[in-house]
Design a protein around this ligand. Structure first.
Ligand SMILES: NC(=O)c1ccc[n+]([C@@H]2O[C@H](COP(=O)([O-])OP(=O)(O)OC[C@H]3O[C@@H](n4cnc5c(N)ncnc54)[C@H](OP(=O)(O)O)[C@@H]3O)[C@@H](O)[C@H]2O)c1
Length: 332
């Protein structure tokens, strides 16, 4: 495994981290979840990402149990707050009340006294940014949270937060967690340039497009049994990429991977890691073999000619529009 700094902070994270959205507490049984976490640890992954909302809070519990007994100082545990975790009006968003209640629930479920990174899962248009940032700052001072970050915020929202933090003397954001892959490059024109300037690192999600960039979904054919595209909650999430023109272009990447002697998943993960503003690529896995395949992308260098070939193959199926980074217009 290779390690990078999380943005401009002193925290080191594994280049490849492991996340448990849609899998733990949901698509896969606890035994498979634990085997994936064990494979991740065996392969040198030290950074684990979850959220209070995943599987209705069950994902944090599964991760807490799977990491139980591992030396805490050897792990970086990340979680998030914003999406609803209960039926109440205040069980959502980034108010002082919800953040304070949610971190306590997360720490209990993860069986830890602190998380290394606490992330605002989306931008909350119904809470003054000062209230959110002050609450995050308080959690840092209480030792419940070591670093703070955001997820899917626009460049403008990140800039506003940094300005307030600098004016008020609050802890600064060190990271953003956006979707980023060969197919989804919407952060490149605005979020990445601002983040480079401000020392904010990207921890990118769905680097293999939820499995699509492995090439296992063939246009015109049924998705493989047990894959995310056949899962109850997963199929809606992956549908954005399950289009014949996208799947056909992805098939054409196979010779590129073969020429380099890497798997398709490794090629996709290595691709996001070529961006120096990326601190870590968060992989998901429903089986331990996937973790063992995917981690081999760490440290792989892709030459300019390879990057160009990928761009020519994917052509206009790549999404680059920065306005695709959006948070809900009102609280969910
Ligand atoms: N901040 C946010 O809003 C946000 C949103 C989404 C995700 N995330 C984070 O990012 C993490 C990763 O997201 P993701 O799960 O979509 O990432 P991903 O790595 O792009 O996709 C993972 C899925 O692809 C399939 N797969 C993985 N490796 C494979 C291989 N070698 N061969 C064949 N299939 C393979 C598996 O699904 P199947 O086996 O079921 O097909 C696996 O669950 C999440 O767990 C979460 O921590 C954050």
């Amino acid at each position: 495994m290779e390690f990078r700094h999380l943005g401009r902070s002193g925290l080191m994270v594994s280049e490849i981290s492991y996340g448990n959205w849609l899998t733990h507490g949901s698509q896969v049984e606890e035994d498979a979840a634990k085997k994936c976490v064990k494979a991740a640890l065996d392969e040198g992954i030290t950074t684990f990402d979850t959220a209070d909302v995943y599987a209705g809070t069950k994902a944090e519990e599964v991760l807490g149990r799977a990491l139980n007994g591992v030396r805490r100082e050897s792990l970086e545990i990340f979680t998030k707050v914003y999406w609803p975790t209960g039926p109440g009006r205040n069980d959502r968003g980034l108010s002082r009340k919800h953040i304070t209640e949610s971190i306590n629930g997360s720490l209990r479920r993860l069986q830890t006294d602190y998380v290394d990174l606490y992330q605002a899962h989306r931008f909350d248009v119904e809470t003054p940014l000062e209230e959110t940032l002050k609450t995050f700052d308080d959690l840092v001072r209480q030792g419940k949270v070591l670093y703070i970050g955001v997820s899917e915020w626009t460049a403008d929202q990140i800039a506003q937060a940094l300005k307030i933090a600098d004016e008020m003397g609050f802890d600064r954001l060190v990271s953003n967690q956006p979707q980023y892959s060969m197919l989804w490059r919407v952060i490149e024109s605005e979020v990445v340039p601002l983040s480079e300037k401000e020392g904010v690192g990207q921890i990118v999600w769905s680097p293999i497009g939820q499995g699509v960039l492995t090439g296992k979904y063939v246009p015109g054919q049924q998705p493989p049994e047990g894959s995310r595209a056949t899962d109850k909650s997963g199929s809606a999430m992956i549908s954005r990429f399950m289009k014949d023109d996208v799947l056909a272009r992805v098939q054409e990447l196979k010779p590129v991977a073969a020429d380099l002697g890497v798997s398709m998943a490794q090629l996709a993960i290595a691709w996001v890691l070529q961006n120096p503003n990326v601190s870590s690529a968060i992989i998901g896995a429903s089986r331990p073999e996937q973790v063992r395949d995917n981690v081999k992308a760490a440290g792989v260098k892709l030459e300019d000619g390879v990057l160009q070939r990928i761009d020519e193959i994917l052509g206009d199926v790549v999404e680059r529009d920065p306005s695709k980074t959006v948070s809900p217009r009102s609280r969910p």
